[in-house]
Design a protein around this ligand. Structure first.
Ligand code: FAD
Length: 451
């Protein structure tokens, strides 16, 4: 810790904006990296020297200007719910927590402009007042910030209809750079692709405009199946047909539903496979009938009037499924992969044959760049790093390509990012390489990944 820098920092903002308690600094230096036993070992000891929580745009800008002048590394933080250690500072320095930059700037018909640190649930609450809602959001929406989602996430609830972040779900953004004079950029269209899911390596998002839709009355439903192939076929029939208006279609293999502790009473010990859905109220009456044709039985329904009251179905989907598994047994970890739309049943059959209960299937149906994809978030009983990568290799060999969630390196996780362009943008916007150091792979590594 550099006392001179600390003094300058305190005089740039207000004294109470600067965190000095060691324990709080440690907490605000971490995210959910421990989901991965590999990252847990690599990142456990990393932490910032200073944390600042500015509550105005002006303060954020001044803090960044100071960091540039003093050449202090900067790592940005929303709510720290990322899974890949994206928000963890690798070389100490300054964590800038943006969670107090949380004002709605404008809600219009079809879009909202908001400061980056706003929590996603709070934002949707405000949208509901205007009978509108978000297109997509992560299952961590209670805590996660909109800026953190855009810079560190990919998709979530809503993605089965509206796609991922880069599918038109960000309309424009204001970004600060780390040039000698900290500069504000206003970005839209293709330019945004250098900032979405870039872990804050290319700039600091301070404000975003995102599309919103007319509010729908969503019913939440959990449907049980004796056979995984029937659960899959049913989920696919819902995911692919536009006549079903939906926000969420997830599939979990038995005995994953037994991990959902808060549903224990409602599910009465049910230990089979399940499909979890959010479906428009006007479609709901046909759903249970449709499920019966696949031998599915409705086990738990939350009516539209109870939406956002208490725990919801989405609290058991996306990476929350892994969270409940971890609560049941700390040995669970997970992978991310894309199954093939046409061969998903066969690929799953091969995985089950090879690994049995060492791998449990979890699928989130989503659209990526227009195509429907059964995206996997399978649970894996962790034995060792070697074994984990053997499993990954098998997935890749059968065409169920893995986005490795056990690395903090940008792009190594597999999303089809324009990595070379992002690396060039970083050089342009962050010439002293202060932003989120070591998350950007080396030039050689990028070349290998791209080829
Ligand atoms: P943080 O974790 O604080 O930051 C994420 C990254 O963005 C970091 O690299 C950080 O440095 C950078 N960053 C933060 N704010 C800014 C900013 N203003 N400008 C530039 N860079 C910034 N993700 C999904 O996409 N979909 C899911 O459904 C999903 N489910 C999850 C479930 C669980 C239980 C957990 C633990 C994680 C899940 N995630 C999911 C990952 C994560 O929760 C989301 O991506 C979330 O939106 C991150 O928001 P955050 O505010 O916590 O960001």
């Amino acid at each position: 810790m550099n006392e001179r820098f600390l003094e300058k920092l305190r005089s740039t903002v207000e004294v109470e904006d600067v965190i000095v308690e060691k324990e709080t600094i440690s907490k605000l230096s971490k995210d959910y990296y421990w989901y991965s036993p590999v990252l847990d070992a690599e990142l456990r000891d990393k932490e910032a020297d200073y944390v600042v929580i500015p509550d105005t745009h002006e303060k954020v800008k001044n803090v960044l200007q100071l960091a540039v002048e003093e050449k202090v590394p900067v790592t940005l933080r929303g709510a720290g719910t990322g899974n890949y250690g994206q928000a963890i500072p690798m070389n100490g320095g300054l964590v800038v927590d943006l969670s107090k930059l949380n004002q709605v700037i404008k809600i219009a018909d079809g879009f909202v402009t908001v400061q980056a640190g706003m929590r996603i649930r709070d934002l949707e609450k405000q949208l509901h007042v205007t009978d509108q809602e978000l297109t997509i959001y992560p299952s961590t929406f209670v805590k996660a910030t909109i800026g953190g989602f855009i810079a560190g996430g990919s998709g979530g609830i809503g993605s089965v209809t509206w796609g991922n972040l880069w599918d038109g779900n960000v309309l424009s953004a204001k970004v600060l750079t780390m040039n000698d004079t900290v500069t504000e950029l206003v970005l839209e269209g293709e330019e945004l692709l250098d900032y979405i899911h870039s872990y804050g390596t290319t700039g600091i998002i301070t404000e975003v405009t995102i599309p919103i839709k007319q509010q729908t009355k969503w019913v939440q439903e959990l449907i049980g199946f004796d056979h995984l192939h029937e659960a899959l076929a049913f989920s696919k029939s819902i995911a692919e047909a536009t006549r079903w208006k939906k926000r969420l279609v997830s599939v979990v293999e038995a005995p994953i539903p037994t991990f959902f502790r808060p549903l224990k009473k409602a599910l009465q010990g049910y230990d089979g496979h399940a499909v979890l859905l959010e479906i428009a109220e006007e479609n709901h009456y046909r759903l249970q009938e449709h499920a019966l044709t696949f031998n599915g039985k409705s086990l738990y329904t939350v009516g539209a009037e109870s939406y956002r009251k208490g725990i919801g179905i989405s609290d058991f989907t996306w990476n929350h499924t892994t969270l409940w598994a971890l609560k049941a047994d700390k040995k669970w970890t997970y992978l991310q992969n894309f199954f093939s739309l046409d061969h998903v049943q066969k690929q799953i059959g091969l995985i089950k044959e090879q690994f049995g209960d060492e791998v449990l299937i979890h699928i989130e149906w989503l659209r990526d760049r227009g195509s429907l994809v059964p995206a996997g978030l399978p649970l894996v009983k962790y034995e060792s790093k070697e074994r984990l990568y053997e499993i990954i290799e098998f997935f890749n060999e059968i065409g169920a390509s893995v986005n490795d969630p056990h690395t903090y390196l940008l792009g190594a996780g597999g999303w089809d990012l324009q990595l070379e362009s992002i690396a060039n943008k970083k050089k342009e916007n962050d010439p002293y390489n202060l932003l989120n150091q070591e998350k950007m792979p080396t030039q050689d590594a990028i070349k290998q990944m791209v080829n």
